[in-house]
Design a protein around this ligand. Structure first.
Ligand code: HEC
Length: 135
């Protein structure tokens, strides 16, 4: 919680240049953190770690929300697909995640992805980047 308040206060002074080695800026990461906490944290966890049991469906065959912090398979998906998942939610794949297409605009969606990726190690990020560039 303190982190969110702190980010909100220093937002104007957050640099606009890309974070070294990454596609996004520090400003996107701080914008993304507040949107993430408002829309996604309830299911994916405040720190993006959701649940370690994300591979195990419940009694109705419904999968829990996976971690977005680099510990699950989110890094297997290129940027466009991650963004599309936020737009459409999981219904297309028989999932239960709601779509945010009418709630979040493109900048907000990309900032949220930036914040999630800021949690990833360089190793995971580089593996994602190779997949993203191939698609
Ligand atoms: C109501 C709970 C819920 C909310 C709110 C929610 N999600 Fe999800 N999310 C899920 C579930 C459950 C899945 C697994 C697929 C499914 O069932 O739709 C998922 C899957 C995903 C995936 C695919 C992950 C992967 O490894 O393939 C991404 C990316 C994602 N969510 C991002 C977000 C973002 C960003 C937000 C906020 C804008 C968000 N989710 C809000 C429940 C939620």
């Amino acid at each position: 919680m303190f982190g969110i308040i702190l980010y909100a206060c220093v937002e104007d002074s957050v640099p606009e240049q890309p974070v070294p080695g990454r596609w996004y800026t520090a400003a996107q990461v701080s914008d993304g953190e507040s949107s993430y906490q408002g829309h996604c944290a309830v299911c994916h966890g405040a720190d993006g770690s959701a649940t370690a049991e994300w591979r195990t469906p419940d009694a109705n065959g419904v999968y829990p929300p996976p971690p977005l912090d680099g510990s699950a398979h989110t890094w297997h998906h290129p940027l466009d697909l991650l963004e599309q998942t936020i737009v459409d939610g999981g219904a297309k794949f028989g999932g239960v995640m709601p779509g945010f297409g009418t709630v979040l605009d493109r900048d907000e969606r990309r900032s949220i992805i930036a914040w999630c990726q800021s949690l990833w190690s360089n190793d995971i990020y580089e593996r994602w980047k190779a997949i993203d560039e191939r698609e």
